[in-house]
Design a protein around this ligand. Structure first.
Ligand SMILES: [Zn+2]
Length: 71
């Protein structure tokens, strides 16, 4: 299956301590699935199952956008 590059797509993750939004690119989370909350400083691990689902969603969206551009 041909894949699209979604590494630069940014996702937001909820901080488990303050529920603040933490933004990170897919590539960054693939490299290191640990984020630091800029609001409270909490360091937390990304839920990789949920992350995987969101990567799939981003790929589907990117493919749809590519088809749209070609049409
Ligand atoms: Zn926080």
């Amino acid at each position: 299956m041909a894949s699209v590059d979604v590494g630069g797509v940014e996702l937001t993750f909820a901080c488990p301590r303050c529920a603040g939004a933490v933004t990170a690119s897919i590539d960054a989370v693939r490299m290191l699935p640990v984020l630091d909350c800029p609001a409270c400083g909490q360091r937390f691990g990304v839920d990789l199952d949920a992350f995987s689902d969101r990567v799939t969603e981003a790929e589907v969206a990117a493919k749809a956008a590519r088809r749209k551009r070609r049409a």
